[in-house]
Design a protein. Structure first.
Length: 398
């Protein structure tokens, strides 16, 4: 049977096709047949191995923050695909850990799933994804809940590991004492499968965007390069293209970057129902925390990666038939975020709502409560107003 691993789009659009291709060289014990909704529960030995070896060898530190802000929403909105285990040996996801390696410019090791439902993210990967832009030392292990861009990137890394859990990929690892019959292409196909699984988890969570995966990939590539020769993973460039193509497909080709050959797009287009293209020029996002006035506030996230987030969310709304004036509204931020500081700024959230349960946070903007103290400078205000207008015009709103 012909392998289709190099046909990148197929990996994302045709999981079943990949399943057929991959099982032709599966090993006897280890390699799990690939197929959607084909979950393989972890073996008891994986749990034992985690506690006897992995936990102390990697100095893993349990993170309540990641369990509450990343794992819990992914589970809540994907109950058919992932769930929390009720006990140590029960099937399901378990504690989430931080592995204390890496820095704000080093996420070379990202997440890992050593087996048994236990997943860790490295300190470096969280710091890198939380920063306003790659290389900034102004970052944190606990981004605020309104930093939907950072949280989506972190969630993308965790969701990818959930894919390894779902198919029980760690069992093929020789670390667990199994005969390791996998070859490089098995590992690459496992990684592509985990990517595909992960972005589909992001798709269902209101505050996480499939575009968060583009952010995580972009920052990884900032350190390691787009076209490196990774041992196991597809290149960052091919992962980027897979996720970007998935976003376009969600939108039925109604969203696209201005420059599809670039990874640095702060500009994208949305086609409205009449087929007219609206140019969305996304400004950088500012933090409401620490805000003093228009000239004294911190950058929260850069325009390129804010654009990735927004485009992924708009694509969901188009896919779910709610990118229109009847389903898109601007609402008070306190309804969605708990971390907004008491002070002079409020947050207004753009929401696309399909029904009572399913919705997406498209983006948000800050507004000052005080008459002569603006959140945006005149120039920033103009950029934001243009951005918001075109975004809303593309829904058909007038
Ligand atoms: Zn992986």
């Amino acid at each position: 049977m012909k392998l289709i691993l190099n046909t990148k789009k197929k990996i994302l659009t045709g999981i079943m096709a990949l399943a057929v291709a991959t099982t032709t060289y599966s090993s006897a014990l280890a390699y799990v047949p690939i197929g959607e909704n084909y979950h393989i529960p972890a073996a008891k030995m994986e749990v034992d191995n985690f506690f006897s070896k992995e936990l102390s060898a990697n100095n893993l530190q349990r993170s309540d923050f990641l369990e509450r802000n990343i794992q819990a929403p992914l589970i809540k909105y994907n109950p058919q695909k992932i769930w929390k285990a009720k006990s140590k040996y029960a099937d399901g996801l378990k504690f989430v850990y931080i592995r204390p390696i890496g820095t704000s410019t080093d996420s070379d090791v990202g997440g890992s799933n050593p087996g048994g439902g236990y997943i860790s993210l490295t300190r470096g990967s969280i710091l890198v994804n939380s920063a306003p832009f790659f290389g900034s030392a102004d970052t944190t292990l606990t981004p605020k809940d309104y930093n939907i861009y950072a949280l989506s990137a972190i969630a993308s890394d965790y969701a990818h590991e959930c894919g390894h859990w779902y198919y029980d990929d760690p069992l093929v690892s020789s670390k667990l004492g199994q005969s390791d019959q996998t070859v490089a292409r098995d590992l690459v196909s496992q990684e592509a499968r985990a990517d595909a699984f992960g972005i589909r988890l992001l798709e269902n969570v209101p505050q996480f965007s499939v575009g968060g995966d583009l952010n995580s990939i972009r920052r990884g590539a900032k350190q390691s390069g787009w076209y490196g020769n990774p041992k196991e993973h597809p290149t960052f460039d091919s992962r980027w293209k897979n996720t970007y193509n998935y976003i376009k497909q969600m939108s039925n080709n109604r969203v696209r970057f201005e420059n599809e050959n670039s990874h640095d797009n702060g500009v994208f287009y949305i086609k409205d129902k009449q087929g007219k293209d609206w140019k969305i020029v996304v400004p950088k996002q500012y933090d409401v925390y620490g805000f003093v006035d228009a000239n004294n506030k911190k950058e929260l996230y850069n325009s390129y990666e804010r654009a990735n987030y927004v485009m992924g969310q708009v694509a969901w709304a188009i896919k779910n038939n709610c990118w229109d004036a009847n389903h898109v509204s601007i609402e008070d931020g306190t309804k969605y975020f708990k971390d907004i500081p008491q002070g002079d700024v409020t947050i207004k959230v753009i929401v696309a709502r399909k029904n009572n349960k399913e919705y997406k946070i498209i983006d948000w903007g800050g507004t000052s409560k005080v008459e002569n103290k603006n959140f945006y400078s005149a120039e920033q205000k103009e950029a934001f107003d243009n951005y918001l207008s075109n975004l809303l015009y593309s829904t058909g709103m007038r």
